[in-house]
Structure formats: C-alpha cells, structure tokens
Design a protein around this ligand. Structure first.
Ligand SMILES: Cc1ncc(COP(=O)(O)O)c(C=O)c1O
Length: 361
C-alpha cells in the first residue's frame, strides 16, 4: 500500500474532512479483508456476528466518551444532518405545539425552516442580519410551552462556537455535527444531540444520533417506522440495511478518539486554534471574520485578506506547500481553515509558517 504522510496533503477541508492516517489504513485493509475473515467489510452481512459486534462496540464507545448511562439511546441513521432537521419536528413537535430555534447560521436556520412544516417553530434569537458574525444572545426567559429548544453548537460556515451549554429548562437538542468530541462537554444537559459524521467522526453516509429514552417516547404523530426514532431504536439501527462501511469507519474514529482521550484532544484543539488566531491577528495580510474572541470556533477558523487580491494569491501559495481546503464558504468569502481532531498541531504550524512567508513576500 502506498503511504502516507509524505504524499498526503495537509487537509483543512470543512467536511468531508481529514481523517487520521492510521484510521485510513485500517479502513483500507478492511476493504480487502475484514479481520482475516476472507471477506471484505463491504461484503459481510449486516445481521452477522461481525457487524453486530461493530454496532455494539460503537454504541458502547459513544456512551463512554460522552459519559452517558443507559438512559440514553445511541442510533446510527442515514440522510445526514439534514434528515435530522426533519425527523426532530416530525417526532417531537405536534401540529399545534411550539418549539424554539436559535438561529446561529445557515444550518441552524435550515433546521428551523424544516420544523415550520410540522408545527409552530419559533425563532428565539438570530444573528442573520449581521451574516452570523456573532453568536445570537439566548433570551433570558423562554416562551411558555416549548416542546424543545434546538441549537447548533458549532457553526461550520461562519466560524462561531458555543463554548458553554446555555441554561434551558425544556429539552435541549443540539446539532453537534462539526464539533462532536472536540472538547469537554456535559452531554447529560441535552435531551438529544446528533452529528453527521464526515467532520470529526468518519466518512459521509451516517449520522450519529443520541437521545434520552424518555424523550424518545414523546412521539407526536403516527409515521412510518423509518421516520420514527423509537422504531429505529427497537431494531438497533437496523430497520433497513445500515451503511456498514461508514459505521465501521466511525468505530475506528471512536477507538482513535478514546485512545487519545477527550482531554488531550481538547488541549491540542485549543493550542491549534490559538496558534492560528494569533497569527491572523498579527499578520498584516489577514484579519479575522469573528471579532468576539469568546464566540470564535476552535474547529473552523474564518478569516479574510485585507486586500482581496491576496485571496487567490495566498491560496495558490498554499498549494505549492501541499496545503489544501482553505477556501471560505461562498457566503462568507475569504478563508476557512477547519481544525478537526484529525488535523494535528504540526499541520497548523506549517500553515502559520506559510502565512508568515507569504507576508514577507
Ligand atoms: C453544523 C452542520 N449541520 C448539518 C450539516 C448538514 O449535514 P449533511 O450534509 O450530512 O446533511 C452540516 C454540513 O456541513 C453542518 O456543518
């Protein structure tokens, strides 16, 4: 097999994103022969012992990493983060009921828009009018009668992140797609959280959904099983044929995350983000998009060039140094550097060196 770090690019894409080389190597080996079984991971039956063991271990590891007990259900579902935007109100918002949505970015707003089809989705706060350059301020008092509040912990496009869990006296649901397992978090404060895995947790094709079992029972309408969380739970996420390979890659990522430890990951993520933000502040060529230091994301760092002509020039300069994936989202422009768990400090140091050399030139 052709390796590896020498030929691999430094990948700062926002998702699908960088995966650790050792996870890629294990996944590649399993495609040829899973655990010396004489079968590829792509060929094993999903109800066979080998895959059932993968599912069991993955559920166990999620609970362990999140410090959750058996009050919680762990599901692996399809349809991406976007499917969750629909399933949440379908399950938990009756036609005449209300739910609160905090609009901190495009994905948060998409969740809100999907909920409007099913009941009274209320915007609790939004920073859309300033293109999401700050996190919205949560209302000090929630409207009465909300079935749940939905928020997004990390805004992938705009580079903002909720660093503490807001106080909320109704069930709190969070989209953690772009920062799951990136830092310490008290997951017991959430009735439900979910993450499409192609950022910090694997290969596109599956979504991790974790929810409290009592909350999961509060289904508001009769629907086909495929749209109902408790039906998926009853079948251990095997209501239909699950995406075996994507779930296996997520298991490899969970093992990798456990081996490093959330504490060490959290510390390294802070170092990476601090290094890059300091350079953006110092470097005369660039400036940050998010002014408020407390709102800045440790996962997606957004910045622009003071002179827009330098955007293409810097991207080209980076390409000569094997650096890829730094282009900002089209609604923000500039640069977006994603620092997911698999991106190591050395990669960020190389990028910072490139920024300094570019400035000198
Ligand atoms: C925070 C967040 N939520 C949801 C999504 C949508 O995920 P998917 O494309 O899997 O539906 C994304 C995609 O980037 C995201 O960043």
């Amino acid at each position: 097999m052709k390796n590896t770090d020498l030929t691999r690019k430094l990948n700062f894409n926002a998702g699908p994103a960088a995966l650790p080389i050792e996870v890629l190597q294990q996944a590649a080996a399993a495609v040829l022969d899973y655990n010396n079984s004489g079968l590829s991971i792509l060929e094993i039956p999903h109800r066979g012992a080998a895959f059932v063991a993968i599912m069991d271990e993955s559920r166990q590891l999620v609970k362990e990493l999140c410090n959750l007990n058996d009050d919680y259900e762990v599901l692996w579902l399809q349809g991406g983060g976007r499917m969750q935007f629909c399933m949440i109100p379908m399950n938990f918002l009756g036609e005449t009921e209300s739910a609160g949505y905090v609009d901190s970015g495009y994905w948060a707003e998409s969740a809100y828009k999907a909920a409007k089809y099913y009941g009274n989705a209320q915007l609790l706060a939004s920073t859309k009018d300033i293109n999401y350059t700050h996190l919205p301020k949560w209302p000090s008092q929630l409207p009465a009668g909300l079935q749940y509040v939905h928020c997004t912990t990390n805004n992938t496009i705009y580079g903002t992140q909720l660093h503490t869990t807001p106080a909320c006296d109704v069930p709190l649901i969070a989209d953690m797609s772009s920062d799951i397992f990136s830092c310490h978090r008290n997951y017991t404060k959430y009735a439900m959280f979910y993450a499409t895995v192609q950022k910090n947790l694997g290969a596109a094709g599956v979504t991790l959904v974790v929810l409290r079992k009592d909350f999961m029972q509060r289904v508001k309408r009769t629907m086909p099983d495929m749209l109902t969380y408790k039906a998926h739970a009853a079948q251990q996420s095997m209501l239909n044929t699950p995406p075996v390979f994507a779930i296996y890659v997520s298991l490899l990522m969970l093992r990798w995350t456990k081996a490093r430890g959330i504490n060490a990951i959290d510390i390294e993520n802070r170092k990476k983000a601090q290094l890059l933000y300091s350079e953006i502040e110092r470097n005369s060529v660039f400036k940050p998009v998010v002014d408020s230091i407390t709102d800045r994301s440790m996962m997606n760092v957004c910045f622009i060039a003071n002179d827009s002509r330098n955007e293409k020039a810097f991207t080209d300069f980076c390409a000569t140094r094997n650096i890829t994936g730094i282009k900002g989202h089209r609604s923000v422009g500039g640069f977006r550097v994603s620092l997911y768990n698999a991106v190591n400090l050395a990669a960020v140091e190389t990028l910072v060196q490139a920024m300094q050399d570019f400035e000198k030139e």
